[in-house]
Design a protein around this ligand. Structure first.
Ligand code: SF4
Ligand code: SF4
Length: 438
């Protein structure tokens, strides 16, 4: 029987009101961008420019190093001011290409649209690779890799992730509102590359407007192979394995990939980027970001150049009401708390949150009372409290039998814990220990 949900999960406060009715605005282009060469899973790209070079928007500045890597492009026109290490979302000291604005934006004129349906799938895939597209839902897996399953693997369903289950985040919702036609075209291109007929789009029941917009458009164009069932609103509905289960009832095995159950999952923002790359040759040099939290003066859904620092974003969004207790890149549940505003946004940055103490879950925590709520909430059927207990007493070697590597770092266990224990953090420590040991 079809069941648009999954086992476990939690219902954190949505906190989307701050931005859900805000349409997309362009953030002013910064004077300086710091573009990291590692914005994706895999090997960092290799710089192909030198200090003193002049670049145009969209020009290749770092080339993918092998298959599991991504091209990087200039996000502003200007002069390469430095190629040195500095803070990035992936590292406290990662290689960044600094561009200082110089020249004009004339080259940003949109070129004529090409007739993509006359091209073979391999040419479409090449355009995705050239454009440096990496998953925009947060994981940042190079998209051309996801769209190149081995020849002995049969993919029969393409799943589009529009769940946007993280609190605060509203960029996917805003993008659907503005660009639903382009998104559907991007889905059709993706489907053609994979040679797949059936597509399922997952939208949660709290985004009825997006759901209705897509459903009506599919009906209007007579598209019958793209389905859009309404998912139950529950966190982490948008996690890859949970979404696959909700929409197909297929279970991705422990340590396995979606392709092992005949599926490929793409984020809806990635489908938009694919459409722009294939139809207009536009590389991925900007993205939509929800800037939110109670402490930012002008919350909204902004189009921001890759490499713009948090400090520049704060200034352009009217400044802060007071010093935030926590700044988070991504959503509050599985996003990343950052210590400095010198970090630039990258291809996988869907949100930037400025949270007060009340909004942030950080604080003192108490002992485990063995209530079992973290077990009920865990969508992977783990025993999070057991892993946490072993880490707390410095016995990481004892955690392996509880399979911490299967944890998807959704944060549901920490959210539900009545003792406010940072359970998912402990599980992450166990993961790091086991990975380093292996
Ligand atoms: S153990 Fe991992 S997968 Fe399970 S609830 Fe905690 S963070 Fe999520
Ligand atoms: S929810 Fe918290 S208190 Fe309850 S068993 Fe899990 S870690 Fe312990």
């Amino acid at each position: 029987m079809f069941n648009p949900s999954f086992k476990g999960g939690v219902h954190p406060p949505e906190n989307k009101k701050l931005t859900e009715e805000r349409s997309i605005e362009n953030l002013s282009v910064p004077h300086t961008c710091f573009v990291p060469v590692q914005q994706h899973i895999g090997k960092p790209a290799i710089p192909v420019v030198q200090v003193g070079d002049y670049v145009q928007v969209g020009q290749l500045i770092a080339k993918a190093d092998g298959f599991i890597s991504s091209n990087i492009h200039a996000s502003i026109p200007g002069k390469i001011a430095s190629i040195t290490n500095g803070p990035t979302p992936a590292s406290a000291s990662g290689l960044r290409i600094q561009i200082e604005t110089h020249g004009n934006f004339a080259s940003e004129k949109t070129p004529d649209k090409i007739e993509w349906d006359k091209l073979p799938p391999k040419d479409l895939l090449e355009k995705v690779f050239d454009a440096g597209i990496a998953g925009m839902g947060g994981a940042s897996f190079p998209t051309h890799v996801k769209l190149s399953p081995p020849s002995n693997v049969k993919i029969d369903v393409l799943i589009i992730n529009a769940a946007e289950c993280e609190p605060y985040l509203t960029v996917d919702d805003a993008l659907i509102k503005r660009s639903y036609k382009e998104i559907i075209e991007g889905i059709m291109i993706t489907r053609t590359i994979l040679g797949v007929k059936n597509v399922i789009i997952g939208v949660e029941s709290n985004k009825k407007r997006s759901y209705k917009t897509i459903k009506e458009y599919l009906k209007k164009i007579g598209e019958k192979n793209i389905k859009i069932p309404m998912l139950k609103t529950k966190y982490p509905q948008g996690a890859e394995k949970q979404l696959i289960y909700s929409l197909t009832h297929r279970t991705v095995p422990s340590g396995g990939l979606p392709m092992e159950v005949g599926t490929v999952v793409q984020n809806i923002g990635t489908c938009f980027a694919i459409q722009q790359a294939v139809c207009y040759g536009t590389p991925l040099f900007e993205r939509l970001v929800t800037v939110s939290g109670s402490l930012i003066n002008k919350p909204g859904n902004y189009k921001i150049r890759i490499g713009t620092t948090i400090a520049d974003i704060i200034r352009e969004c009217g400044g802060l009401k007071e010093q935030p207790h926590k700044i988070v890149m991504g959503g509050p549940m599985c996003g990343q708390a950052v210590e400095t505003t010198d970090i630039p946004i990258v291809k996988g940055t869907s949100g930037l949150l400025f949270l007060s103490k009340e909004e942030s879950s950080a604080g003192r925590y108490a002992n485990c009372i063995r209530c079992g709520r973290c077990v009920q909430a865990c969508p992977i059927n783990l025993l999070p409290f057991e892993i946490a207990a072993n880490i707390e007493i410095s016995r990481p070697e004892c955690t392996e039998r509880f399979s911490p590597l299967d944890c998807i770092q959704c944060g549901a266990c920490s959210f539900i814990c009545p003792s406010r224990r940072p359970v998912s953090h402990f599980v992450k420590v166990a993961q790091d220990y086991i990975r380093s040991k292996r």
